[in-house]
Design a binder for this molecule. Structure first.
Ligand SMILES: C[S@@+](CC[C@H](N)C(=O)[O-])C[C@H]1O[C@@H](n2cnc3c(N)ncnc32)[C@H](O)[C@@H]1O
Length: 221
């Protein structure tokens, strides 16, 4: 966890999504759904082919060595077009469901045909899924500017089995601002989770000075 500034430096060029905090504050979450409505069909080609987006690979690679043997049910949170599940499936066979609030992104995910169920829901609210359903959850790109803060983490932990794992990325500029350091500190202190992995890495091959925190946590009870 060295070599990266711990606080945002406003002299560094902003990532493409960086103006979203203000937009969402001013106009509400519909702005994000609107963004993905128009972006869904070109999302993969822009992020992966043009910008060299690697966050899905990082969270999948971090999770893989911690996964138990045997059948696995995994929830891809903020699944978008399916890049994160796709990355996970290169490491491990698993039954993967996805959840996202954008119907257009879910439609792209559905076309890839590797998901079991795809749910449309807002992950900042209790999820429409029974408690203790999944062995693991995985998420990349959801915890970023104008998207979702740490408030979603308890909802995600609720649907994990005891001992279940959650691997996720947090864009560095929302680490404090989005409440992640505080929430994770509190969950660790109350013995609700154990942090198994925490790294910071650059997540766009073509964009310098941008990075994410990659974490794997285990639900303890
Ligand atoms: C940057 S994309 C990441 C998609 C995919 N995980 C990836 O890494 O390519 C963020 C996704 O989060 C979804 N999202 C944003 N806010 C959400 C919310 N409150 N509830 C559910 N999904 C949300 C968006 O619709 C979008 O598909």
């Amino acid at each position: 966890m060295t070599g990266f500034p711990s606080q945002p430096d406003d002299t560094v060029p902003e990532a493409p999504l960086s103006k979203l905090d203000t937009l969402v504050r001013e106009t509400g979450k519909g702005a994000i759904r609107g963004l993905y409505r128009i972006w869904a069909k070109t999302y993969d080609s822009m992020l992966v082919a043009m910008l060299g987006y690697e966050a899905p690979d990082f969270v999948a690679r971090a999770l893989a060595p911690h996964l138990p043997e045997g059948d696995l049910r995994v929830l891809d949170v903020g699944c978008g077009t399916g890049l994160t599940a796709e990355a996970l499936l290169t490491h491990r066979k698993a039954e993967v469901d996805g959840i996202d609030f954008s119907p257009e992104m879910l439609e792209q995910a559905r076309d890839k045909a590797f998901y079991g169920e795809l749910f449309r829901a807002d992950v900042t609210k209790p999820l429409p899924i029974p408690e203790a359903t999944y062995d693991a959850a995985i998420s990349s790109g959801l915890f970023t500017h104008g998207h979702v803060g740490a408030v979603a983490i308890p909802h995600i932990l609720r649907v994990l089995k005891p001992g279940g794992l959650f691997s996720f990325s947090v864009y560095w500029k929302v680490w404090d601002r989005g409440g992640f350091s505080k929430m994770l500190g509190k969950l660790e202190k109350t013995n609700a989770i154990e942090i198994l992995h925490h790294e910071q890495e650059s997540h766009f091959r073509m964009l310098k000075n941008q990075h994410i925190h990659t974490l794997v946590v285990r639900k303890k009870n």
